[in-house]
Design a protein around this ligand. Structure first.
Ligand code: LMR
Length: 424
């Protein structure tokens, strides 16, 4: 040690060793990251001292008093877990029980695919983690592939496949003039994509548009996927929020399964169980047979190991306690419906208030669209005015999280929307 000190003092002066410049040089080129288009809205909302402020930005359910909700089924599961809780690691692939119950929701209670063990599935860090794990898997085993993403989509989809270094292409989805699905262009894009392309599909309650294909359209999409040999990866973040019934909301996936596709699915309990911060979800990949499923699962685990080793235990315990008990599962199904119905009610109230104000614009799409979001059609400038003048916070693409609308703020929101869409 003394020898090393002697060397360094001989060749370098103290000021050059400890100079402020050399000490701060590691991260000098790092610029601040741009604000997240969704979570940045929450930050701005929290920083606003106005008593009138309204947050219809992030897709997180609130009750009619604007308060976050812990479902009764979750509270009961927590009571059952308490005292019975261990803090051991889960296996790399997560909770076997949670995965078993989660697959039933997507593939069907009595699915032969589950019985035949053809599904490679791992617990994931909610829907985001499931998408990211799949994107990394895609990159590792189909390194030359790209992903087709709908326009528009949840902004984080772009980040996920970008960071996994999978090139992105887009496909038509929304038709701004009709505020509905651009089905003809969507089908053209599916037909024109190179055979064997990867497509990201929203299984239900499309985020941000609230526009889903009809059952008949899903059948046509599935048929065309088969003809082109495309791979469908479903992000199902809102199962239950489209119709109020998780079983009905899995229809798109069931159609693809009936047609014999090998698909991938990202599932999340953030929204439909209100387990936002617990980060509990599942990635599944349907394989040709059990042997392939074993290989795929082992590779998914190997991707997870250096990233987060194994997933968190608590949320998985909550989910498996609820879905593994028929009474608690029924309670959950009722509570999902209550949440979905409250949102449907708020859609009607928002439209009614806008119409009562004599808005010359059509607001039919508020009640036509489904799920947690209304894609209002407002411009980024109109959204800026809502924030500046009314302290109403939403994403700049005009997406309203209907989960943040309640009987106490719907009139205020309608007045403000009426003002910014009819002036300036
Ligand atoms: C949203 O779209 O608002 C949610 O999915 C929350 C998020 O993480 O962006």
């Amino acid at each position: 040690m003394a020898f090393r000190n002697a060397i360094s003092t001989k060749f370098l002066s103290r000021s050059s060793v400890f100079g402020a410049r050399s000490m701060s040089s590691w991260w000098r080129s790092v610029e601040p990251a741009p604000k997240d288009p969704i979570l940045g809205v929450t930050e701005a909302f929290l920083a606003d001292p106005s008593p009138d402020k309204v947050n219809v930005g992030v897709g997180a359910y609130r009750d009619d008093n604007g308060k976050p909700v812990v479902l009764e089924c979750v509270r009961e599961a927590e009571r059952r877990i308490a005292g019975n809780l261990h803090m051991e690691y889960l296996p790399m692939g997560g909770s076997v029980k949670m995965i078993e119950e989660t697959l039933k929701l997507a593939y069907g209670e009595n699915s032969d695919l589950i019985k035949d063990k053809r599904i490679a599935a791992v617990q994931a860090l909610s829907g985001t983690g499931a998408c990211r794990l799949f994107a990394d898997f895609q990159k590792r085993f189909r390194p030359d592939s790209q992903i087709y993403i709908p326009v528009p989509t949840w902004s984080n989809h772009h980040n996920i496949w970008r960071d996994a270094q999978v090139p992105q292409r887009t496909y038509h989805y929304y038709h701004p003039e009709s505020r509905g699905l651009d089905f003809a262009s969507l089908m053209d894009d599916i037909k024109n994509a190179p055979s064997g392309s990867f497509f990201l599909l929203h299984a239900c309650a499309h985020n941000p548009t609230g526009v889903d294909p009809s059952e008949e359209q899903w059948r046509e999409i599935s048929y065309q996927f088969k003809a082109k040999g495309h791979f469908a990866f479903f992000d199902m973040a809102y199962q239950g929020f489209a119709s109020g019934d998780p079983e009905r909301d899995a229809k798109s996936i069931r159609i693809f399964l009936e047609d014999g596709h090998l698909i991938g699915i990202a599932q999340s309990y953030a929204k439909n169980m209100g387990l936002y911060g617990q980060r509990v979800g599942c990635l599944s990949v349907l394989c040709e047979d059990e042997k392939q499923a074993v290989s795929v699962k082992s590779q998914l685990q190997q991707l997870a190991r250096p990233m987060y080793s194994n997933p968190p235990v608590h949320g998985a315990l909550i989910v498996s306690n609820i879905l593994g008990d028929p009474d608690l599962k029924n309670l959950w199904l009722k509570e999902v419906k209550v949440m979905a119905d409250r949102i449907i009610g708020m859609r009607a109230a928002l439209r009614e208030n806008l119409e009562k104000l004599g808005s010359p614009l059509s607001w039919e799409h508020i009640t036509d669209q489904i799920g947690m979001f209304c894609f209002s059609g407002m411009t980024p400038e109109q959204v800026d005015r809502l924030i500046d003048q009314y302290h109403i916070y939403m994403t700049r693409n005009g997406r309203i999280s209907m989960a943040g609308v309640n009987t106490g703020n719907v009139k205020y929101l309608a007045n403000a929307i009426h003002d910014v869409t009819n002036s300036g």
